[in-house]
Write a protein that binds this ligand. Structure first.
Ligand code: SAH
Ligand code: SF4
Length: 347
């Protein structure tokens, strides 16, 4: 009996790999770019639509590849316009992404793993450990599909890798996805400065990211002493604050760009004025901006959200020291879509 070959997601293929595939099947390399433009520029759902590709090649491609859309099982809308998508993956796991309306454009919060191994004490994603990495195609499908939700008035222009998982712990798949996301020729053509990768502080990969991609860097600092950071972010026991900030200072910043430092304010833990002053000293001289996020509560953690006055006082200290410090409004917290609340469950 002849078995049907398992078809592969074409979203997992880089341009170079598809070029080689074409050559191996007696085609010119040119075809690879043509097919990828159909998929990423023209949002094709099938090879049959690719009218300027010969019939025989279209049939061959259909035999070998799929062009998957996400299987969106649940779409939850927040009162503030934020929409959370739960996509079911081929193996029954689930990935969440969040589309956030901002003035005149949309931002998508992208996931890179199911769960997360980093074990930050305040984060719901990490509370169940790591289940698995997402493939490049699974990362890309979140972005390609979200594009369909965009309109002319509100195009999808910004991506933040701040969903489920630690992006730099899934480094190779992240970089492969980013290459497609920022390729104008045969990818999704996002501007590098509008694509931000957030990390809890995997120091060796921070340097690599600066070399391998166009993306902007965000770092979840969340504490100003090693003692506190050790307690809330176990990664700090491997790469402490000094090592992390050293990697940040060495990060190759393209002109006009800054590193974003995220700082989750946890009541009575890291939210004092002394913390704010220490934070200013730690970041002195760096092209930095600070995103302050009041802790978003969830059932898996024991922390509390500081009151609004404490948040504003913390911000004021930073601003006195001439830092850009923004208090991030938690969008979508009524649907557990805010920072640190994502945790899709298995079917
Ligand atoms: N793993 C990466 C990318 C995820 S970003 C990272 O940690 O940077 C998720 C962001 O939400 C991080 O800045 C994290 O510090 C923050 N966060 C996690 N749990 C949170 C919570 N309960 N409330 C507010 N922010 C939280
Ligand atoms: Fe993982 Fe980031 Fe959550 Fe920490 S904050 S557990 S690194 S997703």
């Amino acid at each position: 009996m002849q078995t049907q070959p398992t078809r592969q997601s074409i979203l997992d293929f880089s341009h170079g790999e598809l070029c080689r595939w074409m050559e191996a099947h007696g085609q010119t390399r040119y075809r690879a770019g043509q097919i990828l433009r159909w998929i990423y520029h023209r949002q094709a759902n099938s090879f049959g639509e690719m009218t300027d590709v010969g019939k025989a090649l279209r049939a061959l491609l259909s035999e070998h590849f799929t062009i998957p859309r996400q299987a969106v099982e649940k779409e939850t809308a927040s009162a503030d316009g934020t929409v959370k998508f739960l996509a079911r993956l081929a193996d029954g796991e689930a990935a969440e992404s969040v589309l956030i309306p901002e003035r005149g454009h949309l931002t998508l919060c992208v996931s890179t793993q199911v769960g997360c191994a980093m074990g930050c004490a305040f984060c719901r994603t990490g509370s169940g450990g790591l289940v698995r990495n997402l493939t490049p195609g699974e990362i890309l499908a979140q972005v390609r599909d979200a594009r369909l939700k965009a309109t002319e008035e509100a195009p999808l222009t910004n991506l933040v890798f701040m969903g489920m998982g630690e992006p730099l712990a899934n480094y190779d798949n992240l970089v492969r996805a980013l290459a497609v996301i920022t390729s104008a020729d045969h990818g999704l053509a996002f501007a590098g400065r509008r694509v931000t990768v957030s990390t809890s502080g995997l120091v060796p990969q921070i340097a690599e990211l600066g070399q391998d991609t166009q993306a902007s860097l965000a770092v979840s600092l969340n504490a100003t002493t090693d003692e506190v950071r050790d307690a809330v972010m176990p990664v700090n026991r491997k790469w402490n604050i000094q090592a992390l900030l050293h990697a940040c200072r060495a990060f190759p910043l393209k002109s006009g760009r800054r590193i974003t430092f995220e700082y989750v304010l946890l009541k009575g833990v890291n939210d004092s004025e002394a913390d704010a002053r220490r934070l200013a000293r730690l970041l002195a001289g760096m092209p930095a901006k600070v995103n302050l996020i009041a802790y978003n509560p969830h059932p898996e953690s024991r922390f509390e959200r500081p009151d609004p006055e404490t948040v504003l006082r913390f911000q004021a200290v930073l601003m006195e020291k001439h830092f850009t410090a923004v208090v991030r409004k938690s969008k979508g917290d009524d649907i557990l879509a805010a920072c640190g609340q994502l945790r899709a469950d298995r079917a």
